[in-house]
Design a binder for this molecule. Structure first.
Ligand code: ADP
Ligand code: MG
Length: 295
């Protein structure tokens, strides 16, 4: 059985309600502990990576807008920008060139992640162009796949959700994101060619699961940039559903110019056009992820 397939008897991939996330029992304590388990007591954040090695499939858009939809429901949310292009950082109105430190310093120089968090609609752990050199700088470090997981340990109790935007590659940065995550959401542009890359991503998730993070699960595949006027988009969704069954979210994100307009204003679409179709689509996705919607 492939990773994307879901056994009908298997439990839901996500806890059924936000309260069950929040009230999940803490990991058992004991000593000595590895750094990643040093926290005690309270409930820990659900960490979700948004990954697809193809660019332009709405990873950044989905990370930000789903994160804001979680926040609207009263959750404490952190977005972590791991793309050197810094689109998520910029789309919250932050100039990456103005930052003294960024996720590069968290991953490479092991500074506290709190030093790179800015408070906007949600909290943002900011990226800068430096991150383009992070993979080479980390390549000789011991434990290089776990740098992000270690950086999260002290803040897991500060948030209900940590949403990680990844770069368009399956390199060490994305491996760090997957290793630090409980779930992966895969935005897919509904074109046949962009769906072929899903197999490669599936293999990477399987490798991370086997060697680094056995708990990692694919939460769902999200059809994005859906052009409802074309037969091609309809067929592409059908192919996706034939191959990946109920791993495909019921939510669809259709094409609208609002997604291009909102980042220019430094806002999510939920803030820019709160009553629009685009905002509604991400709120519905949030319900689905939280287990309230139908799939
Ligand atoms: P990625 O992070 O995968 O590279 P982005 O989230 O940056 O993708 O999206 C790529 C481009 O598509 C951006 O210009 C974004 O504004 C636009 N976009 C994203 N979602 C939509 C949508 N539903 N409708 C129209 N444009 C969109
Ligand atoms: Mg992006």
């Amino acid at each position: 059985m492939g990773l994307f397939e879901r056994k009908s008897s298997s439990p839901p991939a996500f806890p059924p309600s936000p309260s069950s996330v929040i009230n999940a029992p803490a990991a058992p304590q004991g000593s000595p502990q590895p750094e990643s388990q040093v926290n005690s007591g309270g409930p820990k954040a659900m960490v979700i990576s948004f990954a697809n090695q193809k660019g332009g499939v709405a990873k950044t858009t989905t990370t930000l807008n789903l994160a804001v939809a979680f926040a609207e429901k009263g959750n404490r949310v952190l977005c972590v920008d791991l793309d050197p292009q810094s689109n998520l950082t910029m789309s919250q109105g932050i100039d990456p060139d103005s930052l003294d430190v960024s996720m590069y310093d968290v991953l490479v120089n092991r500074i506290s992640i709190r030093e790179v968090i800015r408070k906007r609609e949600i909290d943002v752990a900011c990226s800068s162009i430096d991150l383009a050199g992070a993979e080479i700088a980390m390549s000789t470090q011991i434990g290089r796949e776990r740098s992000l997981q270690k950086a999260f340990a002290p803040i897991l109790e500060d948030y209900d959700f940590i949403c990680i935007d990844t770069p368009p590659s399956l390199g060490l940065i994305t491996i760090n994101a997957l290793t630090a995550s409980n779930k992966v959401i895969v935005p897919v542009q509904c074109e046949y060619l962009s769906m072929r890359g899903l197999i490669q991503l599936q293999n990477t998730v399987a490798m991370v699961k086997e060697d680094l993070n056995p708990d990692l699960e694919i939460e769902g595949i999200l059809p994005t940039l859906v052009d409802t006027r074309t037969v091609h988009a309809k067929e592409a969704i059908e192919i996706l559903e034939e191959n990946f069954g109920d791993r495909v979210f019921a939510s669809r994100i259709t094409k609208t110019v609002r997604f291009a307009e909102a980042p220019v204003k430094g806002m999510s679409v939920l803030k820019y056009d709160p009553d629009g179709k685009a905002a509604f689509a991400y709120r519905r996705l949030a319900e689905e992820v939280l287990g309230h919607g139908s799939r």
